[in-house]
Design a protein around this ligand. Structure first.
Ligand code: AMP
Length: 575
């Protein structure tokens, strides 16, 4: 017997999923399907996107539909239009062999008249976003009287988006239902409240986070124009002098062309693509493994199966078309408990994909500014100086030269020596970046806010951070918190922590500045006190968390400058 049949699914559905290539049920399917097929049990599934949860509720739901009755019997509510369409598509592929079963997607931003017309044709399953659903209920364009099953998908996300009242309204308007099936990646108190207020002894199932983002990966993206992509790549490589990374391109031709250009410009990089013989491929890989190559540029196909330890950065020269490919690419870094960075160079039109990715891997992506030429030079400079200070002088007979050296440099100051060393090492860099242009493309709301912020700052020509520690025109309040990297936080996990604790959405955040012991967080003024209330006094790893407004005193702009000039800083990047 097929494993899906054993769960109680009928032949038509089993045939459809086998056409899709599903061989075995995923853990959530294995546990949920038999319970949901009963039809009468309330259910809470703690599972994320990528675990197969759509089929876990979709398959039993479709089996429970009575095709002879042409009115809504099932209602699936989900947070976004994209998810709404995705669920509808999945259901359509599951019902390939079942005649007379109709599903309609209703979501905002599309013609309501058309949706009403389609609903009137007689559908059994409605997949809806909350706002549009309420609109349809109020227009009496949808009849929920005979809805037996209500599915709330990504419930935590819906509540995060402020749909709490809408969900209550929907549940109050489906009084003849037999069960509610709630799916959520997390279980914040608001989700718990829905289960408490509307469900009866729900059966609860939790599955592992198959597709969850590795918390040690910091996902970053940079927005530039198409013709600045290559220059942006170079700048990001230059800004990270210790980088040991893989760059992904979509095509062989891109990988080859970019590698050739970079090699001509003095970078240690080779391309890995399908045109190489096995011998060439092995040679490239062995150089990369031994770190005599700093960078590898590859297509997804060529990089399949590559498993190299210690990769610090993965760079998406372009975002992949297939979101799942992103997970594979980013998973090349942050292995074995280490941390890593996954950088994506985006065109402004691609930024919508970032939102999809965030949802898919359940991680926050940080939009960063492409560093200026000056910032790159500074980073390189201090990296070099760090190396200088760490140079091993324990071997070799340096003593013999010291006398002569001292004589030679007797009239030269330490500063001058340093300057000359720097000039020797950095002349090409400084020249190259002397008049480097701004590669950033600014378009979204957050950018505009940041630009206003800058404009509101002192007019001394510094581009940013002009009014740290102050409140006012920026719209943000700067908060201090006594946790930092010492507490085991990486930026991504730190953001997750403060957002989870305060139950706020990432949109309220401005810049984050993490240090070893403390951090500073910019939050939208309107929610600053909520964040303080949620975090101040909490315990983290047995330590009391303290959060308060960084009211002018914590770090003045002059301190900021002071910090920036510390050689060891390998400076934290800006948000
Ligand atoms: P979901 O969590 O519903 O977004 O599903 C994630 C992906 O897994 C989708 O591309 C599904 O088509 C796929 N999928 C779901 N169930 C299975 C299964 N039992 N076997 C193989 N793939 C599956």
């Amino acid at each position: 017997m097929n494993a899906f049949e054993a769960l109680g699914l009928n032949e038509q559905l089993v045939q459809a999923i086998s056409d899709l290539g599903f061989e075995n049920p995923t853990p959530i399917q294995e546990q949920a399907i038999p319970i949901l097929l009963s039809g009468t049990m309330d259910f809470v599934g703690l599972a994320q996107t990528g675990t197969g949860k759509t089929a876990a509720f979709g398959l039993p739901l479709l089996q429970l539909m009575n095709v002879a009755e042409k009115h809504p019997q099932a209602l699936i509510v989900c947070p976004t239009r994209e998810l709404c369409l995705q669920i509808t598509n999945d259901l359509a592929s599951f019902t390939k062999h079942k005649k007379g079963l109709f599903t309609e997607a209703v979501y905002g931003g599309a013609s309501i008249t058309m949706q009403i017309r389609n609903l009137r044709k007689g559908v059994q399953v409605v997949v809806a976003t909350p706002g549009r659903l309420i609109d349809l209920i109020e227009r009496k364009a949808i009849d929920l009287q005979k809805v037996k099953y209500v599915v709330l998908d990504e419930a935590d996300e819906m509540l995060n988006m402020g749909f709490r009242d809408d969900i209550d309204f929907v549940l109050k308007n489906t009084i003849n239902r037999e069960s509610i099936w709630l799916f959520s990646a997390t279980m914040p108190p608001e989700v718990r409240a829905i289960s408490k207020n509307f469900m009866e002894n729900p059966k609860e199932v939790t599955v592992g986070k198959k597709n969850s983002g590795n918390v040690n990966i910091d996902h970053q993206y940079f927005v530039t124009s198409a013709h600045h992509r290559y220059e942006t790549l170079k700048r990001l490589i230059d800004f990270n002098p210790g980088m040991y990374g893989i760059i992904f391109t979509r095509t062989k031709a891109d990988a080859q062309e970019i590698a050739e250009k970079l090699v001509r410009e003095g970078y240690e990089i080779e391309a890995l693509h399908g045109d190489l013989t096995q011998q060439q491929r092995d040679k490239v890989m062995s150089r990369f493994r031994q770190k005599s190559l700093q960078l590898l540029i590859a297509t997804d196909v060529a990089a399949r199966g590559i498993d190299v330890d210690g990769i610090t950065h993965v760079i998406n020269y372009e975002l992949p078309d297939d979101i799942e490919v992103y997970t594979h690419r980013s998973g090349r870094t942050a292995r074995a408990g280490k941390s890593g960075i996954c950088i994506s160079i985006c065109h402004v039109k691609e930024t919508f994909k970032i939102k999809q990715l965030e949802r898919m891997i359940n991680s926050i992506f940080h939009k960063l500014d492409i560093p200026t030429g000056k910032e790159v030079c500074r980073r390189q400079f201090f990296h070099f100086m760090d190396k200088l200070m760490q140079a091993d002088t324990s071997h070799g007979d340096y003593e013999t030269y010291l006398g002569d050296l001292q004589e030679k440099f007797a009239s030269v100051s330490k500063e001058e020596v340093l300057q000359r060393v720097a000039a020797l090492e950095f002349d090409h860099f400084l020249k190259y970046y002397e008049n480097a242009e701004d590669l950033n493309v600014r378009s979204d709301f957050r950018d505009k806010r940041q630009n206003n912020f800058r404009e509101a700052g002192p007019s001394n020509g510094r581009r940013d951070r002009g009014n740290y520690g102050q409140r006012g025109d920026s719209g943000y309040t700067r908060l201090f918190i006594n946790v930092g990297t010492k507490d085991g936080f990486y930026k991504a996990s730190f953001l997750q922590f403060i957002l989870d604790e305060s139950n706020l959405k990432k949109e309220v955040l401005g810049r984050i500045d993490m240090k070893e012991m403390n951090s500073w967080v910019e939050v939208d003024k309107s929610v600053a006190s909520k964040m303080i209330k949620s975090l101040d006094g909490k315990r983290y790893n047995g330590r009391a968390v303290r959060m308060n407004e960084a009211d002018g005193g914590f770090r003045k702009p002059s301190d900021e400058r002071g910090n920036r000039s510390r050689p060891s800083a390998s400076r934290e990047r800006r948000f």
